[in-house]
Design a protein around this ligand. Structure first.
Ligand code: NI
Length: 179
């Protein structure tokens, strides 16, 4: 298991669609392990394979200590709307308000290929939608009318050093959960 480099905005690999997974062996297991390890190191609440340069239809989401490994995921149902601040590990230092579905139901396969269904609301729902977008080569900034909507936020190192108060003084906002 290793911490991989997270690609950032401008890297064309972020725009590649994840190829469907049809082999549930060592390569996939190592990829999922690396995704979880890299997500926790960042730290973030989700990470998709294209963000570490693998055009594969797999991602991880972890909210409130519940880790989800999603292989070939798709949203089968969604309800409501929720507008909140959203950030991305591939776009460090910024966040923006994005309208998402309030609740989604996702059908996916686990690392052994077994199908399961999971639903989530709030941050979990947002993280599912954000990661599934990554698997489609899509970033949250694609929903913005203008890049002027981006809000500068402290990067995680600054936040860890208690920089949040300073950041507020500078008119910045607290860093939202990143995925
Ligand atoms: Ni992201």
């Amino acid at each position: 298991m290793s911490v991989r480099t997270i690609l950032t905005l401008g890297d064309p690999r972020l725009r590649l669609k994840g190829l469907p997974v049809d082999s549930f062996g060592k390569y996939l297991h190592e990829l999922l392990d690396d995704l979880a390890h890299t997500m926790r190191d960042a730290p973030g609440v989700g990470l998709a394979a294209p963000q570490i340069g693998e055009a594969v239809n797999a991602c991880v989401v972890e909210v409130e200590s519940r880790l989800f490994e999603l292989v070939n995921p798709r949203i089968v149902k969604s309800t409501g709307e929720d507008r909140d601040l959203e950030g991305c590990l591939s776009i460090p230092g910024f966040a923006a308000y994005v309208t998402r579905r309030e609740r989604v139901w996702v059908v996916a396969q686990d690392r052994r290929g077994k199908r399961f269904k999971v639903s989530g609301t709030g941050l979990l729902s947002r993280a599912f939608q954000h990661e599934l977008d990554h698997l489609d080569g899509k970033l949250y900034i694609d929903y913005l009318d203008s890049m002027d909507e981006l809000i500068a936020v402290p990067e995680s190192d600054e936040a860890a050093e208690g920089g949040a108060t300073d950041a507020e003084d500078e008119g910045k906002v607290r860093t939202p959960a990143l995925a």
